[in-house]
Design a protein around this ligand. Structure first.
Ligand code: LLP
Length: 432
């Protein structure tokens, strides 16, 4: 039995039926048996439902589209995941040349791509311009001039937005807060108008939008509305100066429930923001939303097998075959992920720290979890669909796990498990 003291998140693709956990119609235990562990498992149904919740709010009562979802693929960039979103109608938010290559590999329309990031290289900027992306979000004056230079060399025009740092406290973990003036992101609020004026004088630059992102795992709407008001004030000022922009990018960041958090419902949240834009007289602007976590976070779990139970004086350890290498969030942010036994056992329950085999005391996946488990049992680490696999590493020469997408009764390998030999195949020893 799993501890009742810590609430589990609401999940749509994963359910417990008579003591066994399922991904859609397949028992997790069957997936572990067939594909081994550690194993990432995603539910197509869960990510589809999350997307549709956003999309529903993007269409107004007259059937007119008032916003578009650009999935922030940094949350989970597996080709099968992004291809599902593409087929549902999503555009993408990218932060590297690598993510651009992934988008192009699935045949995404370049005009559905926005390219963000605080330190884009000239090569990445050139690739984005050559691909013909919808917009590059600019994060500094130096970058603005670099984009102008690259566009000039390529003899093309660069469609850009300036990313505003609105100095709004998103009240989230400091590592994932991005809209405070002490953060490295965006152009300082008081410098934005000046920078638009400067940009309007640059020969290769087309000013097409304005952008803002205040952080991630935000569980209330209020900081969004604060940031939105500040950005709309800027749009008003720009209009007065004759600088007309066409789209407003509100970033991503809506949080999910990992335990007992109660983030706003996606449709309600989106409606609130879009209605606010319309009420302030900006309904003519195209709105871009860049959700990541809220589309995939609760659409994925990480399966892991218990290797050893190690009772201790101060703590009992449940040592599993997944580690910070597969799921870095607990080590990096002290993040909480629900952990359940994939099949309920009659074993005696105890309180454990669930830890991996990596040589770091920071290598833990859950602390003080009450679990009834034995060696060889299967655990599911919940809410692992976002910032899970994408942040995995090969530390300790550990191969990255396989990824599976479940669609009803079918399971598809969407990334094969890495083989140990692949990890050093591109290394060479010195000649004698
Ligand atoms: N747009 C921009 C410009 C962003 O920087 C981000 C996330 C997003 C959209 C998507 O935000 P989301 O909807 O996923 O919150 N690794 C951390 C999260 C880092 C988020 C970085 N930026 C974690 O595991 O919590």
């Amino acid at each position: 039995m799993t501890s009742k003291a810590i609430a589990l998140p609401q999940l749509s693709g994963f359910t417990e039926r008579e003591g066994a956990w399922y991904a859609e119609e397949i028992p997790l235990a069957d997936l572990a048996k067939e594909f081994g562990t550690p194993l990432y498992v995603y539910s197509k149904k869960a990510l589809t439902e999350a997307y549709q919740a956003y999309d529903k709010a993007c269409i107004d009562q007259q059937g007119k589209r008032r916003a578009r979802v650009h999935y922030a693929m940094k949350a989970n960039s597996n080709l099968a995941v992004i291809d599902c979103f593409k087929k549902l109608g999503a555009g993408f938010d990218l932060v590297s040349g690598g993510e651009l290559a992934r988008a192009l590999a699935i045949g995404a329309d370049p005009k559905s791509l926005v390219f963000a990031g605080v330190g884009k290289s000239a090569t990445e900027i050139a690739s984005a311009l050559q691909a013909g992306v919808k917009c590059i979000n600019v994060e500094s004056i130096a970058e603005l001039h670099n984009i102008n230079r690259v566009a000039s060399k390529l003899n093309c025009r660069a469609p850009i937005s300036l990313r505003v740092n609105p100095d709004v406290d998103a009240k989230t973990h400091p590592y994932i807060s991005t809209g405070l003036k002490g953060n490295k992101f965006g152009i300082a609020y008081h410098e934005v108008l000046k920078t638009y004026r400067e940009a309007s004088q640059l020969p290769q630059i087309d000013l097409v939008g304005i952008d803002c992102h205040i952080g991630s795992q935000i569980t209330t709407t209020a900081p969004y509305l604060d940031a939105l008001d500040k950005v709309l004030d800027l749009v008003e000022n720009l209009k007065r100066e004759g600088i007309m922009i066409h789209h407003l990018d509100l970033g991503g960041g809506l949080g999910i429930s990992y335990s007992d958090e109660t983030p706003p419902d996606i449709t309600e949240f989106t409606n609130t923001l879009l209605n606010h834009v319309a009420n302030r007289g900006f309904a003519h602007l195209d709105i871009v939303l860049e959700p990541g976590r809220s589309l995939v976070g609760n659409a994925g779990v990480l399966l892991t097998t218990v290797e050893y139970l190690k009772p201790g004086v101060e703590k009992n350890f449940c040592i599993v075959d997944a580690a910070m290498t597969e799921l870095m969030r607990p080590a990096l942010y002290e993040a909480h992920h629900g952990i359940v036994a994939a099949q309920t056992k009659s074993a005696k329950s105890s309180t454990y720290d669930v830890v991996g085999p990596v040589c770091e005391s920071g290598d833990w996946l859950g602390r003080d979890r009450t679990l009834a488990v034995e060696e060889g049992d299967l655990l599911a680490i919940l809410s692992a669909g976002a910032y899970g696999f994408v942040m995995a590493s090969n530390y300790n020469t550990r191969p990255k796990p396989a990824e599976i997408m479940v669609d009803g009764k079918n399971a598809y390998v969407i990334r094969a498990r890495e083989k140990t030999a692949e990890l050093f195949a591109s290394e060479t020893i010195l000649p004698n």
